[in-house]
Design a protein around this ligand. Structure first.
Ligand code: PEP
Ligand code: MN
Length: 344
């Protein structure tokens, strides 16, 4: 809690407030600004009647409770929902945003054909990994810079903005040169130095939820980005690790309303990494939108059985095209729309 003293409050009035705070067994921290004094009240629990008791003291202008740990991500300091515009695509607005594309960029033909197909079906952003975090070091780890160049070709071809993962501070300059949105993967969601460095680049950041991250930890990770002066953070629920082995991860649908209650940041659902199997992706997509997600990120591949990563959970072009109108119907049912197609 902070007690904001009036301009010109006397030192006797400040001392009176401090004495009252100490009398209650709480600590008072004085912050003497050029124009006014702020008294920080620390202690737990703060009595529920304290605001009223302090407000009536002479010289007090305002008493403000600062309860949330995530000051920038929370509603208290930012009472409007955050919207982020990326090359004309609005995120967090009335329309839900559908991001689609391959898990990994494998070739120009694979990525550009996927970009064309998902755009034709109504997606407004393209995903694709050039630097891939893989569980085994022997698996395909992405094409690196060539992958980024291919994403740019696909953007030029379709007009779709691109999102791609950055895994290490050393790659931020390179990835930032090509990407419209940085993706921070689940494995790096609590890599605080990476979060701070990526924030400084000044482009929007999608922060996946970590493998076993609690909501509060997730929002505090977002706070790391925002505390560097970058307010453009998108959260993405991608399933968490549980005892259940029938799916790759367990989609925590409740995280969508939970996060929305706590934070003004847009929240997306990634049904692909939650499901791990393409058969379940449509149901989880619809569930995410029904729960109020601001968008989805879905893996799509021209030939999933031949994909170099995450083929089992990738939709074919036909499956994605079939899913899109169903997403639109659920979006409409919960008072959202799907965005207008991108013009190149
Ligand atoms: C991905 O999007 O391809 C990915 C690796 O996701 P996550 O970090 O959520 O596992
Ligand atoms: Mn993947």
């Amino acid at each position: 809690m902070i007690v904001v003293m009036e301009r010109g409050a006397t030192s006797a009035q400040v001392e009176d407030v401090v004495a009252r705070i100490k009398l209650l067994g709480l600590a008072a921290h004085l912050s003497q600004g050029e124009e006014r004094t702020i008294v920080g009240v620390v202690g737990s629990p703060l009595p529920p009647t304290l605001d009223g008791e302090l407000e009536i003291h002479a010289g007090v202008e305002q008493v403000v409770r600062v309860t949330k740990k995530f000051k920038l991500a929370g509603w208290d300091f930012h009472p409007r929902k955050t919207t982020i515009t990326v090359r004309g695509v609005e995120i967090g607005g009335d329309a839900v945003t559908i991001i689609a594309g391959p898990c990994s960029v494998e070739s120009e033909e694979q990525t550009v054909s996927t970009a064309r197909a998902v755009k034709a079906a109504g997606a407004t952003m393209l995903r694709g990994g050039a630097y891939k975090p893989r569980t085994s070091p022997y698996e395909f780890r992405g094409l690196g810079r060539r992958g980024l160049e291919i994403l740019v070709l696909a953007r030029e071809e379709t007009g779709l903005p691109i999102i791609t993962e950055v895994m290490t501070p050393a790659d931020i300059e390179e990835v930032g040169e090509f990407a419209d949105v940085f993706q921070i993967g689940a494995r790096n969601a609590q890599n605080y130095l990476l979060l701070e460095e990526v924030a400084k680049f000044g482009k929007p950041v999608m922060l996946k939820r970590g493998l076993s991250m609690q909501t509060e930890e997730w929002l505090l990770a977002a706070e790391y980005v925002m505390a560097q002066g970058n307010p453009e953070v998108i959260l993405c629920e991608r399933g968490v690790r549980t005892f259940e082995a029938a799916t790759r991860n367990t989609l925590d649908v409740s995280s969508v309303p939970v996060v929305q209650k706590l934070s003004h940041l847009p929240v997306f659902v990634d049904p692909s990494h939650a499901a791990g199997k393409r058969d379940y992706v449509p149901a989880l997509s619809l569930a995410g939108i029904a729960a109020g997600a601001d968008g989805l990120m879905i893996e799509v591949h021209p030939s999933p059985d031949h994909a170099r990563s995450d083929g089992a959970q990738s939709l074919t072009f036909a499956q994605f095209a079939e899913l899109m109108p169903r997403i639109g119907a659920v979006a409409a049912a919960v008072g959202r729309s799907v965005p207008a197609p991108i013009a190149v």
